[in-house]
Design a protein around this ligand. Structure first.
Ligand code: KIV
Ligand code: NA
Length: 277
């Protein structure tokens, strides 16, 4: 299939076809996602937890994101790829933010970038969008500011908090974001955002009233065992498949049944000569 554009994503919104995306950080899983027909792949800063074993996304750097975006692009050459801007890459100055967004486009061939925040980052979104880069907003539960939120907590559960999330949605749209991801809010809040914004509204832990859904690959495939968010659904159990396979490899090697004859090279020369080596 041909790689989608932002116009295709808008068309899907118009026709009511849900867009589905998943995170990926490496070439193999990117290829599986593309083969399955995933509409988009997010190279999420969730790599901090899923790939690197950190407690959160704060330690993730620009170079880590660029490297993983490049690997994902090699694995999924025909899939719409979103690069996630890591903590610190768009917080110091607008100039810095534009510079880093441009790195994603130039060095990693992404189709869009995503960054967290609403009203507070409207100027940053505006500047990046004006550089011609497609920006996805990300509002609600924003893991990069989990310290300020007091942890990975759902947002918008009170009227005051919900108002804030809705204001953030409008701010990112007005700043020029072409799509927005709403994370960790009651369905009612996302319904209002979905009704209000003319751009695609995607959700993770935000209910059904969206233009599509995203899951973190570690959650979707049961690879990431440190914790499971309420909104994550496990579609596979890679952790147990991999652990069982490793255990079998250990067992067969210890008992000598691996490698077997089909795993061995045969000599192509005169076997008699080999006897005198
Ligand atoms: O980094 C990530 O995986 C995300 C999720 C919310 C999809 O941003
Ligand atoms: Na992220």
């Amino acid at each position: 299939a041909q790689k989608k554009t932002i116009l295709d994503l808008c068309k899907m919104k118009a026709t009511g076809e849900k867009a589905v995306w998943v995170t990926a950080y490496d070439c193999c899983f990117a290829a599986y996602a593309e083969k399955a027909g995933m509409d988009m792949i997010l190279v999420g800063d969730s790599m901090g937890m899923v790939v690197y074993g950190y407690q959160g996304t704060i330690p993730v750097t620009m170079d880590m994101c660029i490297n993983h975006c490049q690997a994902v692009r090699r694995g999924a050459p025909n899939t719409y790829i979103i690069g996630d801007m890591p903590f610190g890459s768009y917080h110091e100055s607008v100039g810095d933010a534009v510079h880093n967004a441009i790195r994603f486009a130039k060095e990693a061939d992404v189709d869009a970038i995503k960054l967290e925040g609403g009203v507070a980052v409207a100027d940053v979104i505006k500047a990046i969008a004006q550089a011609g880069i497609v920006v996805f907003g990300h509002i609600g539960l924003t893991p990069q500011s989990s310290a300020a939120m007091g942890g990975f907590r759902a947002q918008g559960r009170t009227a005051d908090s919900a108002r804030g999330v809705i204001e953030d949605a409008i701010a990112v749209y007005e700043a020029g974001a072409r799509a927005v991801l709403v994370e960790g809010v009651p369905e009612e809040v996302c319904t209002i955002i979905h009704k209000t914004l003319p751009i695609p509204v995607y959700g993770i832990g935000a209910g059904s009233d969206t233009d599509g859904q995203v899951l973190v690959v570690g959650d979707a495939l049961g690879m990431f065992e440190a914790f499971k968010p309420k909104f994550a659904k496990r579609y596979a159990d890679i952790a147990s498949v991999a652990t069982k396979a490793f255990a079998q490899f250990i067992k067969e090697t210890k008992e000598g049944s691996f490698p077997a004859s089909e795993h061995k090279y045969s000599i192509s020369g005169d076997s008699a000569e080999f006897k005198t080596l």
